[in-house]
Ligand binder design. Sequence first.
Ligand code: ADP
Ligand code: TRP
Length: 325
Amino acid sequence: MARILTGVQASGRPHLGNILGAIHPAVQLSQNPENESFLFIADLHSMTSIKDSATLIDNTKAVASSWLAFGFDAEKNYFYRQSRLAGYHTELMWYLSCLTPYPMLANAHSFKDKSDKLSDVNAGLFTYPVLQAADIILYQANFVPVGKDQKQHLEMSKDMAEVFNRTYGEVFTLPEPMIDENSMVIPGIDGNKMSKSYHNFIDVFLPENELYKVVKKIVTDATPLEEPKDPDTCIVYKLFALVADEASVSTMRNNFLNGGYGYGHAKKELFEVLWKKYEKERELFNFYMSNNEALEAKLKMGEARAELIARETITEVRNKLGFIS
Ligand code: ADP
Ligand code: TRP
């Protein structure tokens, strides 16, 4: 039995890139009976950039609702908000902070990057990797699926667990990252990587006419309708190939190559697939977004179960530190 744990920031409604690149693979992993999955919403981490509580609450709801909509089984696994177990996470974070050399944090790529770009360079950004390490080792995770950008944070987490074990005695499992080097990059409607920060994303939970409007905005070239087109350079085709069935993809490919088929036709087909494919998920998402009690019930149950594990680890840690009398 392996413990797989990952955190997602409370950054709002996930888009098609998040769904195909992160939610789908993680839900699949969690369905393997050999694994025990821990999935939490890193709302404390999101505070490094979001200073408005209403936005943070809304984003947390949207992230939680979409994971449930895409089939994450909150009863079999562990599903929780980091803030509801903040006592455990931040207590461990403090202990780890006292074992972490200042230059290790000062030289972290992500901190250097953010401190160059952002006007709000707060201490939370600086200690971000320590909280992340606490998130992971508190639950004795074996594997942590993350994007390539998180590689250094994972190395630091393992380092902190090792230093603690060496200094006070064995408590922590050493976590290993799971990074899919070949993971696909889903293009956005302008052809760049789909991202919230580039405002080029497709939100599959949108109502019908709004979803169609976004699909119609996908950038294409000016090849006239009657001329043959290259499917491999067309964003509409690339996105269609990711979500449609094989037969429809090959039909669209031939349509492109044969000519007499416009980008408007392709966009309509893409919209129709997106609308139908995610019908069930859209309904579930809307259900959780408008039924706060149902969502709270799932999260509270997850939080109660996660707390048992967090408490067990913290008790062991306090014992090693001599803080239990
Ligand atoms: P955004 O760039 O929209 O802010 P995040 O950085 O919050 O997205 O991404 C969360 C996770 O979703 C990432 O770790 C990555 O696995 C996945 N992801 C985001 N954008 C894409 C994309 N365009 N293609 C594939 N996966 C993506
Ligand atoms: N830093 C991660 C991100 O921005 C989110 C995160 C917080 C996380 N704690 C974690 C990821 C623990 C994995 C494990 O994507």
